[in-house]
Write a protein that binds this ligand. Structure first.
Ligand SMILES: NC(=O)c1ccc[n+]([C@@H]2O[C@H](COP(=O)([O-])OP(=O)(O)OC[C@H]3O[C@@H](n4cnc5c(N)ncnc54)[C@H](OP(=O)(O)O)[C@@H]3O)[C@@H](O)[C@H]2O)c1
Length: 347
């Protein structure tokens, strides 16, 4: 029979969580500067993700990036419960969840957060994010042509109604921090003008071929920590998030060359670069050797200044998660979701 001690028995390869770098949020709280993603890209079963949570906790991960729409919070909750029972204190964990797009209504936010807390078998979340700034529901596993029949654009007054409820979550002690995801500079400018409690983080796509330098600098200059999703370039992303023009970070000659020097997979170089640049990557993996290598990478010898400069030079502005399913009217292109002209795309 397994005992508490067995479960937490960290192999010699594991990383002491106190060695993992952290980010200081505007509240003074410390968030581990690498987390484990939990989106199974519509094909990795919940049980496999939950197994990875347990395994990742054993090798030293303390930060887990969850969301109700990933459809696995209940089983992840069981895994987290085991992690805590095995001796990891709740306050050593950093658990994020996210409000899905069909729950932006004023009466829906608090119950949605309570649901995630209950599913994850916690008393509170460390971070709760508005997953997308659009209230447009689309079902899991849908394809790229899927559109919500009552899709809406970003309407700031409506978003603020949602945000007031997010602030209430902090007042109620349900979420220690709140944040945004998939935002743009013009949307964040308005939000920052009107908030009572500002976002602690903005979760955004960030990998060597999509570095978003302007948004990255903008959030940091406003005391908002950038969390980098799809940090490896999401090689197993769903079909709806693939187009012919997409580039592949882990095949980039610069990344491959550095990986060879270090004797690691190119994915590890992407994760190392992310932490060293200043974002918090949340790589997904259910394979022990992979999530362990990613964690070991961020506590090992850093990339050289020259390598950091070389990686800064391979940005291809290649957004992978384009969000087509959130478009709200005929004839639009995905770029309309991202306010590329510097103003919020008109309704
Ligand atoms: N806020 C949002 O809207 C949003 C959007 C997308 C994603 N996310 C979050 O970000 C997380 C990560 O993004 P992602 O899942 O799209 O992609 P990702 O982390 O860039 O890539 C994950 C893929 O990389 C592979 N991998 C990981 N480490 C590896 C290693 N050391 N060596 C070789 N292969 C490795 C994994 O395969 P194996 O499993 O085989 O190791 C998996 O297929 C998600 O899980 C989710 O939590 C958030």
């Amino acid at each position: 029979m397994r005992t508490k001690a067995d479960f937490l028995l960290t192999s010699t390869e594991g990383v002491d969580p106190s060695r993992v770098p952290s980010r200081t949020l505007h509240t003074g709280a410390l968030m581990p500067a690498i987390g484990l993603g939990t989106f199974g890209s519509d094909h990795v079963p919940p049980e496999e993700v939950a197994r990875a949570i347990r395994g990742a906790a054993v090798v030293g991960y303390r930060h887990f990036d969850c969301a109700s729409v990933y459809g696995n919070e209940e089983v992840i909750g069981e895994a987290l419960q085991q992690v805590v029972k095995a001796g990891v204190r709740r306050d050593e964990l950093w658990i994020t969840s996210k409000l899905w797009n069909d729950k932006h209504g004023e009466d829906d936010v608090v119950p949605a957060c309570r649901n995630s807390i209950a599913d994850l078998k916690l008393d509170y979340l460390d971070m709760y994010l508005v997953h997308w700034p659009f209230p447009n529901y689309h079902p899991p596993h849908c394809d790229v042509t899927s559109r919500s029949p009552d899709a809406k654009p970003y309407i700031h007054d409506n978003f603020m109604k949602t945000w007031r409820q997010m602030e209430k979550l902090v007042d109620l002690g349900l979420a220690r921090h709140i944040g945004t995801s998939n935002m743009t500079i013009p949307k964040l400018r308005l939000l920052l003008r009107d908030v009572r409690i500002k976002p602690a983080v903005n979760e955004m796509e960030l990998h060597p071929h999509f570095q978003q330098p302007e948004l990255f600098e903008f959030v940091r200059s406003h005391g908002i920590e950038p969390i980098g999703y799809s940090p490896i370039g999401s090689p197993a992303r769903p079909e709806r998030d693939r187009t012919a023009d997409d580039t592949v970070d882990i095949e980039d000659p610069v990344i491959v060359k550095i990986a060879r020097r270090l004797g690691v997979h190119p994915a590890v170089v992407c994760v190392m670069w992310a932490v060293q640049r200043g974002q918090t990557p949340i790589p997904f993996s259910t394979k022990r050797e992979h999530y362990l290598a990613n964690l070991q990478g961020v506590v090992g010898d850093p990339l050289t200044d020259e390598e950091m400069t070389q990686i800064a030079g391979i940005d291809r502005n290649c957004r992978l998660i384009k969000g087509q399913v959130f478009l709200w009217k005929e004839g639009q292109i995905w770029e309309d979701l991202w306010d590329l002209g510097g103003d919020i795309t008109p309704p």
